[in-house]
Design a protein around this ligand. Structure first.
Ligand code: GTQ
Length: 345
């Protein structure tokens, strides 16, 4: 380990002023800030957003701001570490709750960041991506990958609410975040691919010679199947904790370039202490009730709540009831950058 590094104050004032004037700064006083020892020093702090607190605020937004004035009527979840008004939940993950009222349309646009929707409540909502109309039912995961046109509509009778997770902070940081607006898309008159080509795990459309696989062959993951698979796995695992990753059915890889999604089943009474992971994450409770401790901070969660965890968080989960959570994480991005890591506690 090296000596204590020199500080800015040790340097003569005229030298400091000359550096500033020349548009340079010394590294050594900042060395440990930009390269801390052994572990990153995240700004992000654990966040918790109770649905009971979010829903009335969202419904009020529905009265105050017509969708035409909002484009997307969303309340963004601010990382407590970045403070009030922060447009992100972790360094890489943006989270927002979106409301669409019966008959409303959120107009078509396309942007560089990718998004996923996890449906929280309401019937009759749908998202159209590249002409594919995907129904939104509670617990479904619907992708709107970067570069794909998408709009949202609502044919039901009660408000529809869903959780948006985007890799927007990464694109914003890279100064690569922008959107284009356009007319509503023509919808293909057929169900989405999860109900047609990919209705059965392990079966994919017969490959035509020299035809490349589509990048996003299936963009909706219906909750019913996910829960059924988790329950069956738990049944054959003596009621132990089980989880399933959402994958691209053609490649078996993560469904988006940057964000990964994992469905978790914690049967009643289950306790889980995962390894420390270099990824940051958000957890959305589809069903159930329990408690998680994040770096010593206790979070009591129940159905439809959302919480977030910084990189390398010490996590303990405990289910008071049979609980299903979806974990959103940035492991795919970190793997592409070559530094994803897990450490035993
Ligand atoms: O639904 O397309 O929460 O573009 C933020 C940006 C949702 C969306 C958000 C968006 C959307």
């Amino acid at each position: 380990m090296s000596e204590q590094l020199g500080t800015l104050e040790e340097l003569p004032l005229d030298y400091r002023e000359a550096m500033s004037a020349a548009g340079v700064a010394p590294l050594w006083p900042m060395m440990r800030n930009v390269l801390p020892h052994d572990l990153p020093a995240p700004v992000t702090r654990p966040g918790y957003w109770a649905y009971a607190a979010m829903k009335p605020l969202l419904l009020r937004a529905g009265e105050l701001t017509p969708v035409e004035k909002a484009e997307r009527r969303v309340l963004v979840m601010s990382d407590p570490g970045r403070g009030k008004g922060a447009m992100q939940a972790t360094a890489s993950i943006y989270l927002g709750m979106q409301l669409l009222l019966p008959g409303e349309t959120a107009p078509a646009h396309v942007h560089t960041p990718s998004a996923v929707r996890i449906i929280v409540e309401g019937e009759g909502g749908f998202t159209v991506v590249d002409g594919e109309k995907m129904p939104m039912q509670a617990g479904d995961l619907v992708l709107t990958p970067g570069g794909e046109w998408h709009d949202h509509g609502h044919e039901g009778t009660a408000p529809v609410i869903w959780l948006d997770a985007l890799d927007l902070p990464v694109f914003y940081y890279l100064e690569g975040s922008y959107a284009k607006e356009g007319p509503l898309q023509a919808q293909r008159n057929r169900p989405d691919a999860s109900q047609v080509e990919y209705i059965s795990a392990g079966l994919a459309p017969s490959r035509r010679h020299e035809a490349g696989a589509r990048r996003y062959p299936m963009m909706r993951y219906p909750w019913g199947r996910t829960e059924a698979a988790l329950r069956e796995m738990a049944r054959w695992s003596d009621g132990a904790f089980v989880e399933l990753d959402y994958v691209n059915p053609e490649t078996g890889k993560d469904v988006l370039p940057t964000l990964g999604f994992t469905a978790m089943f914690l049967p009643k009474g289950a306790r889980l202490a995962p390894p420390l992971r270099s990824s940051s994450a958000a957890f959305h409770v589809v069903k159930g009730k329990g408690r998680s401790t994040v770096n010593g901070q206790v979070i009591d969660w129940s159905a439809k709540d959302t919480f977030s965890t910084p990189v390398f968080a010490a996590l303990d989960h405990e289910a008071a009831e049979d609980s299903f959570l979806i974990r959103v994480h940035d492991r795919p991005l970190q793997e592409k950058l070559g530094y994803y890591e897990e450490r035993q506690r």
